[in-house]
Design a protein around this ligand. Sequence first.
Ligand SMILES: Nc1nc2c(ncn2[C@@H]2O[C@H](COP(=O)(O)OP(=O)(O)OP(=O)(O)O)[C@@H](O)[C@H]2O)c(=O)[nH]1
Ligand SMILES: [Mg+2]
Length: 567
Amino acid sequence: MPPAHKPLPAHRQYYPSILADRDPLAAALQPPADESPQQREQRLKAEEDARKRSENIDRMLRHDDKRNRRRKQVKVLLLGQSESGKSTTLKQFQLLHTPAAFHKERIAWRFVIYLNLVRSIRRVLEAIAPEDNALPEEEEFGDSTETASIIISGGDRPSSSLAGSQPNYESYRRRLAPLMDLEQRLIVVLSDPEEEGEREATHLPDGYGSFAAAAALTSLPASGSAPHGHTPGRPPPITIPSSSAPGASSSSSSSSQPWTGPTSPRSPTSPAVSVVSSTHELAVRTGSNWKKHFALGKIQSPKSAHSGELEGWWEDPTDPVHVLNRCAPVMNELWRDPKVHQRLAERHIRLEESSGFYLDEIDRITAKMYFPTDDDVLKARLKTTGVVEHRFTLAKNSEFRGVEWVIFDVGGARNQRQAWAPYFDDVNAIIFLAPISAFDQQLAEDPRVNRLEDSFQLWKSVIESRLLAHVNIVLFLNKCDLLKKKLESGVRLAHHMPSYNRPNDYETVSQYFRNRFGAMHQSLTPNKSRDLFIHLTSVTDTRKTHMIISNVRDIILTANLKSSSLM
Ligand SMILES: Nc1nc2c(ncn2[C@@H]2O[C@H](COP(=O)(O)OP(=O)(O)OP(=O)(O)O)[C@@H](O)[C@H]2O)c(=O)[nH]1
Ligand SMILES: [Mg+2]
């Protein structure tokens, strides 16, 4: 009979009897029945050490596993100034890799497209408004947004010379007034009622409703506030940072602010700066579920059994399509009026280059059963604020099957750029977009700065960065379609870039830009072995863009995955 105080056999403390009975390994590992207290203590210590070693190994395995998973993920950052085409490039990636999701979302863009159209109409009205007809702010149609889309390449507004050939502004204004109410309604519709703090997914903050802002756009700041050499009334000249002198600063101090830090506050006393602000543009907030909300919540019409998409909105008498549809004849009349075009030409305003340009397709867009096409969605303009993330996994038939591709689309406006830096740490590649058609345009955030100049400065910051020295870089010289049209219409690059003394045709100019951006990289990068991939792009052109992004994607994946021998 065993003594009453005999402790439970040690192995019972570690192996459930059922396991010890059935599992030969467990049975073999049982301590001897006659184990002494000293032996037991040693054994327990050995077991404790083994447990710690095992936990360490587990931790290392988990870490390796994480690292492996990380390696199979490629992160790409889209960078570039506002309106350079980043979100459009992201949409092209979505269209190429997740077409079903892209198509499902098309309907959600309908209101954005309507809003883009209404704003284009408003810009035409603003452009044809006689100077002495300018109304007080509250009676007007709002500020002129998307300033960067309006090209003002010289001079003041024409005045008496147009007498007799003026378009009938008052008549157009009166007949198109319902559109201006609609604009407000669309903004409300696109706002997100679920997010109380910031109610608007799209917004026209300070200055909205100010026609004076539009007037201010055509009158640049007084010479005292302009960079040297800048003639008021004309976009500032472009200065390319010298590729032979790394670190040389630009002649335009206003565009050389650091890109990794917060935007320097601008002087509140500068009227041109405070009035002409990027915040006047239609924007979408990161994380806003406006698409979902719009698609599911705003339309009460029945779902089409056939397509599964929402249809039948035209049966709702409050749907914006009705106002648009009724105003379509007047919109067409306005856009086809030769006097209007004369006026736009005299003011050097090329609306056809504007973001979200739909004026040539008024009938189609305002049709009651209008359903946005892929191209419509690609053209739709919604400014990005914050950072938008999109993921897709490469298909089974791809050489890189299973690899997750993560793209970050950032806001490119100056007050958005401080959000870029946190993404530099573990990004594998950057696609940098520089809209080279913008050589005669001003930055919306600061009309003293030429847009191409701003792109050069941003580009310089990216390629010089030591933090990004080992990141693959792809450069899209974008908006080539617009560059071609602009040069063909007689706009001269030399007029805006005095150092340019070559022919003004598209081939020569685009090649020149390619060389300049390339030379800057070659001389300024801290990583001389880095290959730079440059593409002349028009990212709204789906066929060509898909070819380019497939190619770019494979280059980036090869560089990042094959080298890590995980594929
Ligand atoms: N014609 C033409 N339009 C373009 C091209 N690329 C972009 N766009 C248009 O330009 C506008 C601005 O493009 P976005 O992609 O929204 O610009 P972004 O860089 O995302 O701008 P932010 O969000 O403000 O940083 C959109 O209406 C696009 O459809 C192009 O190559 N050609
Ligand atoms: Mg964007």
